[in-house]
Design a protein around this ligand. Structure first.
Ligand SMILES: C[S@@+](CC[C@H](N)C(=O)[O-])C[C@H]1O[C@@H](n2cnc3c(N)ncnc32)[C@H](O)[C@@H]1O
Length: 204
């Protein structure tokens, strides 16, 4: 993959100066301290879509869990706190986001999270659950490639919960996923977000 250097939150390298922050959030009865920084998605506040996912997605029972596109690590930190016996992978292409996510885990004394670049995740690993606020703004074909890559790594009885706003294409994404053979159940929220609950085809 070509190295990108700009200030999109999904670029591998950030050119803006680092300005680290921390902030407190209450979500799903958890009190978390989150790290943030410039060039990292929604730094300084919890995204509404992320909150909708955290408040409403069915909690995985454990095993190997993935926060796909972890940003500052809010989802990974919540999963790791709610499921201390699970192992959580927090994966992001943005190097600064990975640094911020590591800081989030330290701030919350979480030792059951591995923060990694996509290619650092062992190839043989399969996931029992994926939670993601996916990077819609990378473009449709890039998003489809991303989901093809990681949903294929769900265990046969695994599932993924993806939060996407209806104005950002949740319905067309659900249709695309169904066309790939996944079973997709849509849960609507008042704020216009959809949680797509995705399970692999039976022959997986
Ligand atoms: C919408 S943000 C969500 C961030 C965080 N999970 C949250 O909820 O606050 C999506 C994240 O996906 C990351 N991303 C973009 N392309 C990616 C890729 N190919 N592999 C992994 N992460 C990617 C971006 O860098 C960004 O941090």
């Amino acid at each position: 993959m070509a190295m990108t250097t700009s200030d999109h939150y999904f670029s591998e390298k950030q050119v803006s100066p680092s300005t680290p922050t921390t902030y407190a959030v209450n979500v799903r009865k958890l009190q978390l301290t989150l790290a943030g920084d410039r060039g990292v998605f929604n730094h300084g506040e919890l995204d509404w879509g992320t909150r909708v996912l955290l408040e409403n997605a069915p909690l995985p029972s454990g095993g190997e869990l993935l926060d796909l596109g972890c940003g500052g690590g809010a989802i990974a930190a919540a999963l790791a706190t709610l499921r201390p016996d699970a192992h959580v992978w927090a994966v992001d292409v943005n190097e600064r986001a990975r640094d911020v996510a590591r800081r989030t885990m330290t701030l919350n004394s979480l030792t059951n999270v591995t923060v990694a670049a996509p290619d650092e995740v062992p190839a043989e690993l399969v996931f029992d659950a994926i939670w993601s606020n996916p990077p819609i703004r990378i473009g449709k074909s890039e998003l489809h490639d991303l989901l093809d890559r990681w949903l294929a790594r769900l265990s046969s009885n695994g599932c993924a919960d993806l939060v996407v706003h209806k104005n950002l294409g949740s319905d067309s994404l659900a249709t695309w996923l169904s066309g790939r053979g996944y079973e997709v159940v849509r849960h609507a929220s008042k704020q216009g977000y959809r949680i797509l609950h995705v399970t692999p085809p039976p022959h997986f």
